[in-house]
Design a protein around this ligand. Structure first.
Ligand code: Z5A
Ligand code: MG
Length: 218
């Protein structure tokens, strides 16, 4: 709230999460275009951000060009979000809506899915605590069988059926009441309509001065 007692309008932080091939990138891109066509200033963000120095190390790791301890790569993914936290907050405060493709939830789901001793969900969340919390989280739900129909998983490190099964279980364990769970096994246009409704509702609330919350803080 400002000194004059008025709440400040801001942009919304809208996030897409889900296991591989569920359509996050497709819907995130479409949403940015649709919002802009409706006069909502919007930007597409994605994590990892492979363009930064840390992001380049992550990219090498994902493409199996380098090795790293599981704890270390987890912290690097988290640091890749912290290095952009101030910019994210400035953008939101200036009224830009950020449509984000993966975030801390993917970070926790993938590391916990490795089943490494000590690196459980509680450990995974710790370095993410205090980052901006999304105003809307759209979890695109798709079975492994339906995901497989969309083509191979790809060549990167985590793109195996076994890993994807464990990732889905981690997402289930993390699911919170306020998430919007979306049936991703429908035509892109049909999904897009639902996504747009959810995003516009978040945009409206943030224009009215909704407080930006923090991840996993009471
Ligand atoms: N990772 C991590 O470990 N820690 C972290 O903190 C973070 C990430 C942030 C990044 O992969 C990897 O890093 C990821 C998690 C890990 N590892 N894996 N595996 P990425 O995000 O760069 O991955 P990607 O290449 O973008 O793929 P994706 O995310 O798995 O796919 P998607 O974005 O959900 O789906 P898509 O690209 O929009 O669509 C996939 C295909 O399906 C494509 O051919 C579309 O045309 C088609 N499609 C899309 N929608 C539909 C519908 N509705 N019907 C039919 N076909 C569709
Ligand atoms: Mg994607």
């Amino acid at each position: 709230m400002s000194a004059a007692g008025k709440v400040a309008a801001r942009g919304a932080f809208v996030l897409f999460e889900g296991a591989d091939r569920c359509g996050k990138s497709t819907q995130a891109m479409r949403l940015v275009h649709t919002l802009e066509a409706r006069g909502v200033e919007a930007e597409l963000w994605r994590y990892p951000d492979r363009a930064t120095a840390m992001g380049k190390m992550i990219d090498q790791y994902l493409r199996s060009k380098s090795e790293m301890e599981d704890g270390a790569i987890h912290l690097l993914f988290a640091a890749n979000r912290w290095e952009k936290k101030a910019l994210m907050e400035r953008k939101l405060a200036s009224g830009v809506t950020l449509v984000c493709d993966r975030y801390s939830y993917s970070g926790c789901a993938f590391t916990a899915a490795k089943g490494v001793d000590g690196l459980d969900l509680e450990w995974c969340r710790a370095p993410e605590v205090g980052l901006p919390r999304p105003d809307a989280l759209m979890y695109l739900e798709l079975s492994l069988e339906d995901a497989a129909k969309r083509g191979g998983f790809g060549e990167e490190r985590y793109e195996t059926t076994e890993m994807q099964r464990a990732v889905k279980a981690s997402f289930e364990a993390m699911r919170e009441d306020w998430w919007d769970v979306i049936d991703a096994n429908r035509e892109p246009d049909v999904i897009q309509d639902e996504v747009l409704r959810i995003a516009l509702s978040a945009v409206e609330k943030c224009r009215a001065g909704r407080e930006l919350k923090r991840l996993w803080q009471s």
